[in-house]
Design a protein around this ligand. Structure first.
Ligand code: ZN
Ligand code: ZN
Length: 233
């Protein structure tokens, strides 16, 4: 297994959706880097202005990370957003306050595609790890991986789907048991796995609260992603 394979294996062993987990870390790292060393970077400045201060989600995420870390604090946010605000005022006066897509959304989607591709190309090494772990690909990332595999190797895609269904059924079973334990006739307390099943169910359906998961993939984008577009054939 190569270094990327080991990194992916570790993400799978951490539980929940490994792709979400990787993207979450990536998002936090990129924001940390901006705040730590790129507040004055002209390139960062340009992309902040072009997007009018990132998308709503990433703007608040940046604020949250900055304010939670005394190393960053409010100064970086003030410097970044003072320049964006001035740019907005000037644009508004000119009557052209349009905006382009958030650079962090673009970056996260690129990381997402690379991660899916990396898992797919190491499927044989990672499949058993996934099967035997408590991880569950969220709906979005399962679909991305499944579609990627289906285009190239149908039996692998079907193998993944089979395991995915088993994992989902096991969460559902946990939920049912958890609900039944609320019955006054029930004498048993819920196990920790059962108690965690509502969270797992939300996770399996919607993934982590990260930028990429807030964007709906339209039909066109799906086609572009999986029919030889960005991934290539
Ligand atoms: Zn996910
Ligand atoms: Zn964004």
């Amino acid at each position: 297994m190569d270094l990327i394979g080991i990194y992916l294996k570790e993400a799978i062993e951490e539980g929940v959706c490994p792709v979400c987990r990787i993207l979450e870390k990536h998002e936090n790292n990129v924001i940390g880097e901006i705040l730590y060393e790129h507040v004055l970077d002209p390139e960062v400045d340009r992309s902040f202005k072009k997007s009018m201060g990132l998308c709503t989600y990433h703007a608040w995420k940046l604020k949250e990370i900055a304010y939670a870390n005394p190393l960053y604090g409010a100064l970086g946010v003030s410097m970044l957003y003072e320049r964006v605000l001035s740019h907005y005022i000037t644009s508004l006066k000119k009557g052209d306050a349009g905006e382009e897509e958030c650079p962090l959304c673009l970056l996260s989607r690129e990381k997402e595609r690379n991660t899916i591709e990396s898992i797919a190309t190491r499927f044989d090494e990672l499949f058993e790890v996934y099967k035997n772990s408590s991880s569950i690909f969220c709906k979005r990332h399962f679909e991305m991986l499944y579609n990627y595999l289906r285009e190239r190797d149908l039996p692998k895609a079907e193998k993944l789907k089979e395991v995915q269904i088993k994992k989902l059924e096991s969460i559902d079973e946990g939920l049912e048991k958890f609900i039944s334990k609320f019955d006054y006739r029930s004498k048993e307390a819920p196990t920790s796995r059962e108690a965690g099943s509502p969270i797992l169910a939300i996770y399996a359906l919607r993934g982590s609260l990260i930028g990429t998961n807030l964007q709906k993939m339209c039909r066109e984008e799906r086609r572009r992603l999986f029919r030889g577009g960005i991934f290539g054939d």
